[in-house]
Each structure stands twice: as structure tokens, then as C-alpha cells.
Ligand binder design. Structure first.
Ligand SMILES: *Cc1c(COP(=O)(O)O)cnc(C)c1O
Length: 388
């Protein structure tokens, strides 16, 4: 959990800076009014530096970030985009919105994409894979990248939950061709609503930058109203208020991740005493520990654990209760998925379902109190007292 825990006067100061300098809320132009203040632009520069990548494009949400990423690689009819069964519904929505065909893989004990199933699902129409670092644990990036490279498929990382995490020393989001981020209010850093797309390749970046701005190429030789254009597009531009908050939040990112990791360590020492299995992290992972996930021996026990935690005022996050929004097997409301998987979609990902059913996720807060640790301990004690 997240940057909202330490949102405050630093963010306010950045916003005040806008109003002290003309109050221009649009990212482009109005140069004579704004005293050189371009918050979105500055946020992009700082973010790309932080992620050690040359190009970053700020957008209005994490969902928009995915949509813009897919616009950059130009989806044609029949193109298939592979993603994993355990993700937020937005990942598949972005594929559908891009006129791509969503193909879903199973997950493994990392609760992220199963590389073997990924390779099996590649066809001659596969254009890209969107791998997700669910709840802040990196996917098996080495294997997935190798497979994507072998089959000449774009690798996109949905880093909505991985912002500030690393894999083999590389910031998450910067492993593949494109990385997308969400700054909604529940994510590691927040701008209220907002997102970012990062690129290594200048051509992809230019395409995305134009597409997210109605096709504007922002040609420096032309005024905006006469701007050059080579594609159609849409409007997913971030505004200056979000950019200002982003600058302040980015400065706090390391602190948030460090705080979460510290809290997670404390909870891990409690979990050790009980007959449960921790979610697997690939070797070389530096997780963000948005939450801590473990498996118990059966679904009933997972529910009992949730109830024990809830009765002590500790919620669980997504698992085991909220699969509705985070498991493709539940999305029978999406005709584009049913076309491929049929009405019985729930049964199409048995391996994923059996992992998710037995998983419990404890949300991690930066400010972790010992009193809370005690409560978690008691909840677990009660959970495992009787066998089911
Ligand atoms: C939050 C989230 C998104 C969408 O981000 P928004 O900013 O809320 O639009 C996309 N993918 C995943 C995995 C997410 O958790």
C-alpha cells in the first residue's frame, strides 16, 4: 500500500508553485503565462531518470497507459495479445479497447504469468505479451523475456503494482519494450488518477506521445494549432495538477517501498510459525510488498483465515475474496473473452483458480505497529487451531 499514507505538504507546495506562476493547468503552451513551469514535463523527465530509461510519457490513468502502449505497437485485426489470468480487469479492457484479441495464460506459484503456458499460447498472430507484477512481486521476467524475444513478440510490463520494485537490479517496467504504471489512489505512488508509459525505443515513444494527444507531433517549428500529424489518436493527456503531485510523490517512492519492505519483514517473521507456504518470488526479485501473500492447504481455510483477520479489523486484499475483479475466469461480462473461452470461462484456468482459491493476501502499510503484528498472530493462531 501506498503513497497516500504520506501525502501532504510537499504535494501542496508543488501545486502552489503552479498557481504562483500563472495557474496554467495544461501541459503544453501558454508559455508567456507560466514562468517556465511545466510540471508534467518535469515529472516525465524525473520518472524516466528514476526508471533508468530514456523516454517516459505521462497519461491520465494506468488503464490509459496500457491503451497508449498498445496504440504504439499498432494492433491490426486478428492480432492476439497475451496476458495472465490473475490481473486487474483493466489489462484485458485495454486489449479489447485496442481491437486486439485477448489470450489468457495460467499463473504459477508466483501468482504471475506461467512462462510455459505463455509459450504454448503463442500463435502466428501473437503481437505482444502483457506481463503483470501482481501486488508488487516480479513475474518470471528472465524466462518470459527469452520466449518473447525468440518469437519476436513485444514485451509490455503492466507495472501498476510494481512501481519501485526491481528484478536483477533493473527497475520493474524497464525490462521489456514498454512499461506501464498506475498512479491511482491505491497504488505505491499516486496522483489521484494518473499513469505513465516508459519506452526504450524512440519511435515507439513518438508514436505513443502523438497518439495520446490526438495525433499532435508537437512540432517545435509550428504553433500547436498548425501542428503536424501522421496518425489519428485520442486524448489521454495528464494535467499540470497531477504532474505536480507526481513530482512530490516520486521523491517519496523509495521511502514508501522501504517502509513496506520493513513492515513485510515483521509480518514474515510471524508467518514462519504457521503451516502455510509463501508466494514464490523469482530469484533476483526486489518486491515492493504492496501486500504479502501466502497459501494455505485449502479454500475453506483461506476463508477462515480471512474471517479471523477481519474480526480483528485487518482486511485482506483481493485474496481470497475479491477474485471478481482480478481473475479472468470471473469475467463472463466480457463478450470478447467469451468468444474465445465460452460461457464456462471459470473452468478454463483450473491451475490459476486452485492457486488463487487457497491464497490469503495481507495488505502492507508503511507504518506498521506492533499491536497489529499481535493481532495477525492471534488471527493465524485461531485459523490453524482446528483442522478443516
Ligand atoms: C490499478 C491497475 C491498473 C489500472 O490503473 P488505473 O490507474 O486504476 O486505471 C491496471 N493494471 C493493474 C494490474 C492494476 O492493478
Amino acid at each position: 500500500m501506498p503513497g497516500y499514507e504520506i501525502i501532504g505538504k510537499e504535494e501542496l507546495r508543488e501545486i502552489k508553485d503552479i498557481f504562483d506562476n500563472g495557474g496554467v493547468l495544461f501541459r503544453h503552451g501558454f508559455d508567456h503565462l507560466r514562468n517556465g513551469i511545466y510540471k508534467v514535463n518535469q515529472f516525465e523527465k524525473k520518472f524516466s531518470k528514476k526508471m533508468n530509461t530514456p523516454y517516459a510519457l505521462a497519461v491520465t490513468s494506468g488503464t490509459a497507459a496500457l491503451r497508449v502502449a498498445l496504440a504504439a505497437i499498432e494492433i491490426k485485426p486478428k492480432d492476439e495479445i497475451i496476458t495472465q489470468s490473475f490481473t486487474f480487469v483493466a489489462t484485458v479492457e485495454a486489449i479489447i479497447e485496442s481491437r486486439g484479441i485477448p489470450i489468457i495464460t495460467e499463473i504459477d506459484d508466483t501468482l504471475n504469468m506461467d512462462p510455459k503456458d505463455f509459450e504454448k499460447k503463442i500463435t502466428k498472430n501473437t503481437k505482444a505479451v502483457i506481463v503483470v507484477h501482481m501486488l508488487g512481486t516480479p513475474a518470471r521476467l528472465d524466462e518470459i523475456k527469452k520466449i518473447a524475444k525468440k518469437h519476436k513478440i513485444f514485451l509490455i510490463e503492466d507495472t501498476a503494482w510494481g512501481c519501485g520494485g526491481k528484478y536483477n537490479g533493473i527497475p520493474l517496467g524497464n525490462f521489456g519494450d514498454i512499461g506501464t504504471f498506475s498512479f491511482d489512489f491505491a497504488k505505491t505512488m499516486t496522483t489521484g488518477e494518473g499513469g505513465m508509459v516508459i519506452f526504450k525505443n524512440k519511435k515507439l515513444f513518438n508514436k505513443a506521445a502523438a497518439w495520446h494527444d490526438h495525433g499532435h507531433e508537437n512540432n517545435p517549428k509550428l504553433p500547436r494549432w498548425e501542428d503536424s500529424r501522421s496518425s489519428s489518436g485520442f486524448n489521454y493527456r495528464m494535467n499540470e495538477l497531477q504532474g505536480a503531485v507526481g513530482i512530490a510523490q516520486l521523491k517519496k517512492l523509495d521511502k514508501v517501498v522501504k517502509g513496506q519492505r520493513k513492515s513485510a519483514k515483521k509480518i514474515l517473521s510471524i508467518l514462519k510459525k504457521y503451516p502455510l507456504t509463501l508466494r514464490k518470488s523469482p530469484k533476483g526479485s526486489k518486491e515492493t510488498f504492496d501486500s504479502l501473500v501466502f497459501f494455505v492447504s485449502n479454500p475453506k481455510l483461506a476463508i477462515r483465515c480471512r474471517n479471523q483477520l477481519l474480526s480483528r479489523g485487518i482486511g485482506t486484499k483481493i485474496l481470497p475474496e475479491a477474485l471478481t475483479w482480478h481473475f479472468a475466469g470471473s469475467w463472463s461480462h466480457m463478450p470478447q473473452l467469451l468468444k474465445k473461452y465460452g460461457k464456462n470461462i471459470r473452468k478454463k484456468f483450473p491451475k490459476s483458480y486452485s492457486y488463487l482459491n487457497k491464497a490469503v493476501s495481507i495488505p502492507i502499510s508503511m507504518n506498521y505497529k506492533n499491536k497489529l503484528a499481535k493481532k495477525i498472530n492471534t488471527a493465524l493462531e485461531k485459523t490453524f487451531k482446528k483442522k478443516i
